[in-house]
Design a protein around this ligand. Structure first.
Ligand code: PLP
Length: 429
């Protein structure tokens, strides 16, 4: 069979022969007792090595005092230390009065922010969301499975919104929020989105910030997790949504989140929440009940290690140098094995942690199962959609960062064989 032969143009006999050939390859892989994991977007050990110096940066004979005089070893400073706010505010393009630094996880901050909205509401004079008969969230999909899990746990009904090449389908969003006041929010991963790698266009940011919503307490949960995680020297540019919301006259509409999880150490990073000063002040009052302060020693360690935005960007280039070859390898194999066959399309991201693969409709679950049977773990098919249900059963999220190049090569080969086998089955009916 020639490279790139369109499967949809092949006759039944040709497809059957090809199936036989691919089945033999599959059986070969099976005999190798593989144990490979391309399921979660975790940095690999070499990436973690890049930040090891941070562990030596605070010495017991040095002052552990922040520039605002706070003794980082002690309680206090519920919104974080000033120098860390100064550094991380620059990542998100906000002022130090518009940012709260938290603990080790932005997902945790998102969960808390949504939980507080359920318990107390987000705006004076409006009901706590949890007291309403129904709360709905818009979920551009494919999206981040853990956002959807939070909604599921809090009994928030999710509405799937299609993702286009420049962001979510705004026509549908605008139509829905205009008419339904039970729609209280939207999840967005606006830069190098998980999993599509899409960066929202300026137009999408503008439309989100100025759209008319029936709910007066509508909120955008803007998870800018991959804002400095570029894979090229010409990074995507994302318009500042807090500024856009202010211009549109809705300064309190957005909560921006990010963290250093994939800058330094996941699980031991610094999380951040940026929003209007008014929102910051009301959140701080509630946060002060929840905690007497975050881990300021870790914040100080991060500032002394990362130093400045320029230096942080240099650090991220070192990260990219490790993971870019892995993305390139996956993209190369997808092109060689699946290109031109009319059975799959995939993203070619400029940053972030994922490659998103779409098979023919109705194939993703079977592909993932088939790969799992011979020891290759992929993210569950459907996980990138609300309730774990991909309406077209076609999206597979590939996370290339953690496996070694050798493991990745094997895993992507297995995936491509499985995609072809299941596609042929599908075409033959
Ligand atoms: N947001 C997105 C879009 C992610 O992909 C991830 C991790 O994969 C997170 C948040 C987790 O962030 P954190 O480690 O800060 O909790």
């Amino acid at each position: 069979m020639e490279f790139g032969t369109d499967f949809l143009k092949l006759g039944t006999d040709q497809l059957k022969d090809l199936y036989q050939e691919l089945q033999e390859k599959y059986n070969e892989f099976k005999s190798q007792n593989l144990k490979l994991d391309m399921s979660r977007g975790k940095p690999c050990p070499e990436q973690l090595e890049l930040s090891m110096e941070m562990l030596d940066i605070l010495k017991s004979d040095e002052q552990i005092i922040a520039i605002d005089g706070a003794d980082c070893r002690n309680y206090g400073g519920v919104d974080g230390i000033l120098e860390a706010k100064e550094l991380f505010a620059q990542i998100l393009g906000v002022s130090t009065k518009e940012i709260i630094l938290g603990g080790n996880s932005s997902l945790n901050m998102m969960f808390d922010t949504l939980s507080r909205a359920m318990l107390f509401g987000v705006r004076k004079g409006e009901m706590p969301w949890g007291k309403l008969p129904k709360v709905k969230f818009l979920c551009p999909s494919p999206g981040y499975d853990r956002h959807f899990a939070i909604c599921e746990l809090l009994n928030i009904e999710m509405i799937t919104i299609d993702m286009n090449h420049d962001g979510p389908d705004m026509d549908t969003i605008e139509m829905l929020v205009r008419e339904d006041d039970s729609i209280k929010g939207i999840w967005c991963v606006p830069k190098y989105s998980n999993p599509d790698g899409t960066t929202y266009s300026d137009e999408i940011v503008d439309r989100l910030s100025c759209m008319k919503t029936k709910a007066r307490d509508f909120r955008i949960f803007w998870d800018d997790a991959y804002t400095v995680h570029h894979l090229t020297d010409t990074p995507d540019q994302l318009k500042n949504i807090l500024a856009a919301c202010k211009t549109a006259g809705y300064p309190n509409r957005v909560y921006m989140f990010s963290s250093t999880s994939k800058i330094t150490f996941p699980g031991s990073g610094v999380a951040m929440l940026a929003t209007s000063e008014e929102n910051v002040n009301s959140i701080k009052k509630q946060l002060g009940i929840q905690t007497i302060g975050p881990d300021k020693i870790n914040q100080l360690r991060h500032v002394r290690f990362l130093q400045s935005l320029d230096n942080l960007n240099v650090h991220m280039k070192k990260q990219a140098a490790i993971i870019k070859p892995k993305f390139d390898l996956v993209l190369h194999h997808l092109e060689v094995d699946l290109g031109g066959k009319n059975i799959a399309v995939w993203s070619k991201p400029n940053g972030g942690y994922f490659i998103s693969l779409n098979t023919l409709d109705g194939c993703a679950k079977e592909v993932v199962n088939m790969a799992a049977q011979i020891g290759v773990t992929l993210t569950n098919a459907g996980a990138t959609y609300p309730y774990g249900k991909d309406p077209r059963d076609r999206n597979i999220r590939i996370a290339p960062t953690f496996p070694s190049i050798h493991e990745l090569k094997l895993a992507i080969n297995v995936l491509c064989v499985c995609v072809q086998l299941i596609s042929i089955k599908k075409i033959l009916g």
